[in-house]
Ligand binder design. Structure first.
Ligand SMILES: NC(=O)c1ccc[n+]([C@@H]2O[C@H](COP(=O)([O-])OP(=O)(O)OC[C@H]3O[C@@H](n4cnc5c(N)ncnc54)[C@H](OP(=O)(O)O)[C@@H]3O)[C@@H](O)[C@H]2O)c1
Length: 257
């Protein structure tokens, strides 16, 4: 049976890798993007050339009305939604708490937390068997940062992802008997557009590698695989938990500044 997924932040990084993997497995994918229209269109073209059905839909996670419109377009263009992958997310420049800027923090929380919650609301309204839906799976992309308060200067980002973890567990319990599974996936450091500038610094890259038990940063494909498994029937009893995809977590003592 053809299944359908909406991937927020799907034009790049972990979201794009997930779109490629799901499409290769026969899923129809809707790729949400904010500013990366050309990347989203190129990805859709690539997936269609591979025989998959795919659409790209613009929506800014900062805008609740745009999120509602995004799901309405999914309804019209791909129909029933089986899976939602919330991969859209942002970081902030490293800062000590004494340097925090309220507007930046509000934006961070609006994208990383409220945007995820609003997408989950729209998914619940469509997927819940109590509302006439056929169930589904939600994967929220969190971060290992949530487990350690972030690397130095990243407590703001870590807090936003800890909120995603806690929300995912609560949401999962709420809808567990309505056919919806919800899991938070916590990547460690992954080579994507989000981290490429930092990892281009050889000292930083080496220090990060040393801080990860497996000895290197991960690849987006290595997060997409576990996400695809979570969406599969093989994971039918997995919900309300966090899956670490992190090469073993952190050797805290050597975490870089
Ligand atoms: N890479 C890592 O080391 C790592 C580790 C742990 C967790 N994560 C999490 O993994 C997720 C994916 O990140 P990534 O590493 O794949 O980086 P990425 O390539 O930068 O992907 C993030 C995506 O989110 C989109 N996005 C940002 N703000 C948005 C908004 N307001 N509305 C809609 N889309 C928005 C971006 O598109 P635009 O630029 O067009 O806005 C981008 O496509 C994020 O939630 C991130 O926090 C990443």
């Amino acid at each position: 049976m053809n299944r359908t997924a909406l991937i927020t932040g799907g034009a790049s990084g972990i979201g794009a890798a997930t779109a490629r993997l799901l499409a290769a497995r026969g899923w129809t994918v809707a790729i949400n993007y904010r500013s990366r229209g050309a990347q989203a269109t190129a990805l859709v073209d690539e997936l269609r050339q591979g025989g998959a059905q795919a659409v790209a839909i613009q929506a800014d996670m900062l805008d609740p009305a745009a999120i509602v419109a995004l799901f309405e377009r999914v309804d019209r263009e791909i129909g029933r939604l089986d899976a939602l992958i919330n991969s859209a997310g942002i970081g902030l420049p490293r800062a000590r708490v004494a340097e925090f800027d309220a507007a930046q923090l509000s934006r961070l929380m609006a994208v990383n937390v409220v945007g995820v919650m609003m997408c989950c609301r729209e998914a619940a309204r469509r997927m819940s068997t109590a509302a006439g839906g056929r169930g589904g799976t939600v994967v929220n992309v969190s971060s290992m940062a949530a487990t350690i308060g972030g690397r130095p200067g990243n407590s703001h980002y870590a807090a936003s992802k800890a909120a995603v973890d806690s929300f995912s567990i609560g949401f999962a319990k709420e809808v567990a008997r309505e056919g919806i599974r919800v899991v938070s996936v916590r990547p460690g450091v992954i080579r994507t557009e989000m981290t490429q500038n930092q990892l281009a610094d050889p000292h930083f890259a080496a220090t990060v590698a040393a801080s990860i038990p497996i000895g290197r940063a991960g690849k987006a494909d290595e997060v997409a695989g576990p996400i695809a498994w979570l969406l599969s029937d093989e994971a039918s009893f997995v919900t309300g938990c966090c899956l670490d995809v992190s090469g073993g977590g952190f050797h805290i003592a050597s975490a870089p500044r």
